[in-house]
Design a protein around this ligand. Structure first.
Ligand code: ADP
Length: 486
């Protein structure tokens, strides 16, 4: 029998999104269902969800959880997405806000309360609803307390005797770290969990570490990243914990939702196209240049980025490389949102090179599809990248990726050499390495025959959720029925 699975996430497409976590949580639940698992998804009920026009019903259930001397109550709402039941924990005090985790300037001050409550609320909702799943699959620090609660607070609860937890790291740099002073008590967990072999992290408490220590299996979103995070350089202080838990750590490369990201059927682009009929791509290119207010000859490559504005995404080397890049015969356009400091630097650069660089500060789904469809080259110079999704979308749209060879970028892009490969990879995290790769890609771009063949190879690549769901099910099956960890 296939395991029954609850996916717990702080965001999921189509209900809420700040990044790749949302694409993955939404698509994985659907893929598990398609593979034959009983699967359901649990999310917070944000303002974004409330305003999204979804048909959501109230189950009539309310759940309560203690929090810092108060008892907080939430409603449990329900809808269905592609046949997967989706439950929302509705507590407006915590989730009816403009942003999911914080403003562009800073995180919300009460994130510990918000996600402690969400974690407890999900577990209480499972009990109230009479669900005793084989697997609770948690994602990132926001849900790191779920495995800790299942082992500690609910350790003797017969409802969860046969329930195992899986914890997926989508990005180890985001750890949910909070000061200890009085805050640990807020979680409701036993004092003994605040220890160096528990969730203590350099005198503070780490929700990510809680997920890593108390889950029955750990996964991350590419094989290369699963190795990188076990090193001092890339483990963000948790490499030792991960080396200790190496036996239960797996790298499962994300899939892509080709119902959403497919140039043949994409409803958000002006003209559809396919590997055999590429003329539509030229139309999308024209529309893209118009939308970004740039002009470029057919022979000038249009290079694009869609990105969170965060240090991880390589802005320091990009900005260092900018003046040399702008000397080349290219047009560069960037769609991004996030940290104010990068916004200012990019906007400043766009003022310096108005004819060749255009920056749009927005989080805009339609534009993201247009960029994928219309650009010639997709640039991802990430310092690190757990999996990365845009380079995979780019492959399908014949938008050739130039990536830094790290994490999932290493695992999904095959380096170009004449007649081979699907993109361009550089190893050194430096402006020079980036410039060298861009100029190599630009010179291949001038050879229309070679570029067309490269696009054809890229567009034939498949990163299906079916394969990823199969790997997850294999991992679930290894822990279901195994003896509980003490
Ligand atoms: P991360 O999760 O680190 O941000 P990923 O590449 O894994 O990076 O996923 C990013 C997801 O968010 C992709 O689906 C991408 O299209 C989307 N995205 C990022 N920035 C924007 C933006 N400014 N507008 C629209 N979509 C965006």
């Amino acid at each position: 029998m296939l395991p029954s699975v609850i996916i717990v996430s702080s965001e999921a497409v189509p209900f809420s999104k700040t990044g790749g976590l949302a694409d993955v949580s939404g698509a994985l639940a659907v893929a598990l269902k398609r593979a034959g698992c009983k699967a359901a998804l649990f999310l917070p009920f944000y303002r974004e969800t409330a305003l999204g026009g979804f048909e959501i019903e109230n189950t009539g259930l309310t759940v309560k959880a203690p929090l810092a001397g108060r008892v907080i109550t939430a409603e449990v709402l329900r809808t269905s997405h592609e046949g997967v039941p989706v439950y929302f924990i509705r507590c407006d005090e915590f989730f009816d806000r403009t942003y999911l985790y914080g403003t562009p300037e800073r995180d919300y001050f009460d994130n510990l309360e918000r996600f402690t409550f969400f974690s407890r609320g999900v577990i209480e909702a499972l009990k109230a609803r009479g669900f005793a799943p084989d697997i609770i699959h948690c994602n990132d620090w926001q849900t790191g307390l779920v495995p800790a609660c299942i082992k500690d607070i609910y350790g003797l609860d017969p409802h969860f005797t046969n329930t195992k937890t899986v914890f997926t790291i989508h990005n180890i740099a985001y750890q949910g770290i909070f000061p200890q002073n009085g805050f640990f008590a807020l979680t409701g967990l036993s004092e003994r969990l605040y220890a160096s072999d528990g969730m203590e992290f350099w005198g503070k408490l780490s929700l990510l570490k809680a997920g890593l220590v108390y889950s029955d299996a750990i996964t991350t979103v590419s094989r290369t990243y699963s190795e990188e995070i076990q090193t001092i350089e890339s483990g963000c202080g948790l490499d030792g914990v991960l080396r200790e838990r190496k036996a239960v750590l797996h790298g499962v490369l994300n899939g892509v939702d080709y119902d959403e990201w497919n140039p043949e059927t994409d409803k958000l682009i002006p003209t559809n196209f396919s590997v055999r009929f590429m003329s539509g791509k030229a139309e999308c290119r024209k529309a893209l240049l118009k939308e970004f207010g740039l002009k470029a000859k057919v022979s000038t490559p249009v290079i694009a980025m869609i990105t969170r504005l965060a240090e991880q995404k390589g802005f320091d080397i990009l900005l260092d490389a900018m003046s040399k890049l702008m000397d080349a015969d290219v047009a560069l356009l960037i769609l991004g949102s996030g940290e104010a400091r990068y916004r200012l630097l990019l906007e400043e650069a766009a003022l310096r090179y108005p004819k060749k660089l255009s920056v749009k500060i927005a989080f805009d789904k339609r534009l993201a599809h247009l960029v994928e469809a219309g650009a010639d080259i997709f640039l991802m110079p990430s310092r690190y990248e757990p999996c990365g999704l845009n380079q995979i979308y780019s492959l399908k749209y014949g938008t050739i990726p130039i990536v830094r060879a790290t994490g999932g970028l290493e695992d999904t892009v095959k380096d170009y050499s004449i007649g081979k490969g699907t993109g361009f990879k550089f190893k050194d995290y430096s402006a020079n390495a980036l410039i060298d790769k861009v100029s190599e890609a630009c010179s291949v771009f001038k050879d229309k025959k070679e570029w067309g063949a490269l696009q054809k190879r890229a567009m034939s690549e498949e990163f299906s959720w079916e394969r990823a769901a199969g790997e997850y099910i294999g991992i679930y099956q290894t822990i279901v029925g195994s003896t509980p960890k003490t």
